[in-house]
Design a protein around this ligand. Structure first.
Ligand code: MG
Ligand code: MG
Length: 249
């Protein structure tokens, strides 16, 4: 597994700060009546202003057409921004990434649009708490899959389920590097965590069952049972002083 030098971590910190700024802009814009496409355009302006490149645009097959993902309500991840208008009572997940001097950042959050149901708010809060429980496991000497075990524990204790088909990942000079970081206990403890390792930890938590389905656009992942889903992600380095969250402003 790759271990990043102090110089590399400095670049990843800068990429992480661009992602944090994209989040800030998206969070301020996301209100009833606003389109997800408008939020994507604002995120593009942040990338341009910071001289950063997008790691989402043209990614994969079919080539991804935007610099952020916007996943509303039953959409779990990879929702494509466009003419879709946000409405009071929606929950919206925004996933953003950036490349600075060849190094990647990747982070996501879910937010309420106006007033949402108490159950929707609880899903958002539990998913964020699950992410932080996972981050808390990122200490030197611990095993990688303790992250997923902690995430799963928090999500399931609240009566929610954790998505299996999409997982976190190591990150550095590519957005998606090996190994994967599942949001559940995969049955083995996995490798020992060492200083300089960097992971994107990203629980996707469903209010209903864990099953997923991909829409005809080839990207948008939704809950198979139509239940709400939330997604939180940070890019985090393992350091001798504990986890350092590179995508926190
Ligand atoms: Mg992401
Ligand atoms: Mg990711």
């Amino acid at each position: 597994m790759m271990r990043r030098s102090a110089e590399e971590l400095a670049k990843m910190r800068r990429a992480g700060q661009v992602v944090a700024e994209m989040h800030e802009v998206a969070r301020a814009m996301a209100k009833p009546g606003v389109t997800t496409g408008a939020i994507d355009r604002a995120a593009r302006e942040v990338l341009e202003r910071r001289g950063a490149r997008s790691n989402f645009l043209h990614y994969g097959h079919p080539p991804y057409p935007a610099v952020i993902c916007t996943s509303r309500n039953a959409k779990i991840v990879h929702g494509i921004p466009g003419p879709e208008v946000l409405e009071e009572g929606d929950i919206l997940s925004v996933d953003c990434g950036a490349i600075v001097e060849g190094y990647h950042g990747d982070a996501a959050f879910t937010m309420p649009i106006g007033q949402v149901s108490p159950e929707a708010m609880r899903l958002i809060e539990v998913t964020e708490a699950a992410l932080w429980a996972g981050i808390g496991q990122m200490v030197v000497g611990n095993r990688l899959h303790e992250i997923g075990r902690a995430v799963q524990r928090v999500a399931e204790a609240a009566g929610f389920s954790v998505v299996r088909e999409y997982v976190g990942h190591a990150i550095g000079t590519a957005m998606h590097e090996q190994p994967q970081v599942p949001n559940y206990w995969p049955g083995t403890p996995g490798p020992v965590l060492k200083a300089g390792m960097v992971f994107a930890v990203e629980p996707m938590v469903n209010a209903g069952g864990p099953e997923t389905r991909v829409l005809d656009d080839g990207w948008t992942v939704v809950t198979a049972d139509g239940s709400l889903s939330a997604h939180f992600e940070h890019t985090i380095a393992v350091t001798p002083d504990g986890p350092e969250v590179l995508t926190l402003p």
